[in-house]
Design a protein. Sequence first.
Length: 300
Amino acid sequence: MNKDMEQVMKKAEVLIEALPYIQKFNRKIIVVKYGGSAMSNEELQRNVIKDVTLLKLVGFKPIIVHGGGKEISRWVGKVGKEAQFVNGLRVTDEETMEIAEMVLGRINKQLVTMVQELGVKAVGVSGKDGGLLRVDRKYADGKDIGFVGDIRRVDPKILYDLLEKDFLPIVAPIGLDEDFVTYNINADDAACAIARAVGADKLVFLTDIEGLYRDINDKASFIPRITVSDADALISDGFIGGGMLPKLENCTSAVKNGVNRVHILDGRILHCLLLEIFTNEGVGTMILRDEDRQLLEENN
């Protein structure tokens, strides 16, 4: 067999490996939280958007929830302010809120444009639209950090309507309180709340790390799959710290509240989304329900 034919056969094998996953998740909702370094340059952005668009074209119902923290910080700096954080949450005064909403709106429409360039219809919304995200003021250790929202209620009707009409919804994490005041929302929180509200089969976090480790300094301690109870034990035993702690708590909360699977992936890896969902090995960490523990045993 010549080299060209070998390459063609390899492509066929990849498609065959992907087939059962395509069948299994056809018409299922997948929420993709997109932010961090995966948004840091246009090439990475385009590859992520290609992956999500492909998921849509093979029958998934994807929803993108995006952040934009680094870009917000850059624009805050341009007006001579310094970005401040308490427990990983941005201190958001009125001027910073105005900047955040403008920046997130700009990112939102950039992502819409990228999806539509690939031949898929997309609609960008924020949590304000259709009453999608209602919030209360969030406090960090009792401190008032300004216009930062704690999600109180999700009304997913606008997302269902868009999915039904074959649009790919792209959500900016901005919400309103009961007095219709605008708040910035942590994008991880928004993605989790939306995934729970729509009963997503999968919630995927594109992050700046490869996945979950028992010991962040020991690459051999990587965890490809873990149940919710085991993840909770890692948290309570103090193995998880820093920015990963709230992210993992969000992940376990999502699974406990009806999301079937949660994936933590390194968004800097080319096509990580496709590799995780359509291949037997995967590339990140998958968090699953306790009743699916047999999947761990099958892979050991």
